[in-house]
Design a binder for this molecule. Structure first.
Ligand code: DC
Length: 217
């Protein structure tokens, strides 16, 4: 069984997708982490972000390992290192690279072999797993996503500005939606869930309901 969850940054996909996988006893695949690993490796090796050939060659040779609670790159735990603002700022060139995307989708398809999986990203229902029996498009208004992000940062003791968060988020939304291959959009047979005003537990309940409804008996 494959459940795909796509949606914009800040819609709460990662945490709810992970909890959903735990509730169902499925494995969890965070595909954003894969693009983050390639980006981190490019930055560390000082590969220019406009050198599409070098980026593609690098993506082919990296060993990316997604474990339940950690992400490993060439034998190093990079779970924290891949979440820095620098990686987030630089990811566009990597996610736009067609050869990188093809390699990532191939790796995702290999990863799910023989497993029940909740997979999360931008193109999981449209490109990676077009035949998945259960596809969810998880979204929320730009303002609500920015408010949640602001709260997360404040809770972590990090000073942040709402307008700046909203501006950066709009930039990412635009980059993710404009991408001709693997761009952010709901699959034609996806169920859209707008989480405005919903608590995470409510979202989880709703997703569980959808998955159970769509699981072949
Ligand atoms: O989900 P995330 O914020 O960790 O993803 C980081 C970036 O990776 C996102 O802005 C676009 C890219 N991405 C992608 O192009 N395709 C995916 N399936 C997942 C992420």
């Amino acid at each position: 069984m494959i459940v795909t969850i796509d949606g914009p940054a800040g819609a709460g996909k990662s945490s709810v997708a992970k909890r959903l996988s735990q509730e169902l006893g499925y494995c969890f695949l965070d595909t954003g982490a894969m693009y983050r690993c390639v980006t981190l490796a490019c930055l560390r090796r000082k590969i220019p972000l406009d050198d599409t050939h070098a980026i593609a060659a690098l993506a082919m040779e990296l060993q990316i390992e997604l474990r339940n609670d950690s992400v490993w790159l060439d034998g190093e735990d990079v779970s924290v290192a891949i979440r820095t603002p620098e990686v987030t700022r630089s990811i566009k060139s990597i996610a736009d690279n067609l050869q990188v995307r093809a390699a990532m989708v191939q790796a995702q398809r290999r990863w799910v072999q023989g497993k029940d999986v909740v997979t999360e990203g931008r193109d999981q229902g449209t490109v990676a797993f077009p035949d998945a029996p259960c596809k969810i498009f998880l979204t929320a208004s730009a303002e609500e996503r920015a408010r949640r992000r602001l709260q997360q940062l404040l809770d972590a003791g990090i000073d942040a500005d709402y307008d700046e968060i909203l501006r950066l988020q709009q930039e990412r939304d635009e980059n993710d939606m404009k991408r001709p291959t693997g761009g952010l959009r709901p699959a034609s047979n996806a169920i859209t869930v707008n989480t405005d005003g919903m608590q995470e537990n409510e979202v989880l309940d709703k997703l569980l309901h959808i998955v159970r409804d769509r699981t072949p008996r």
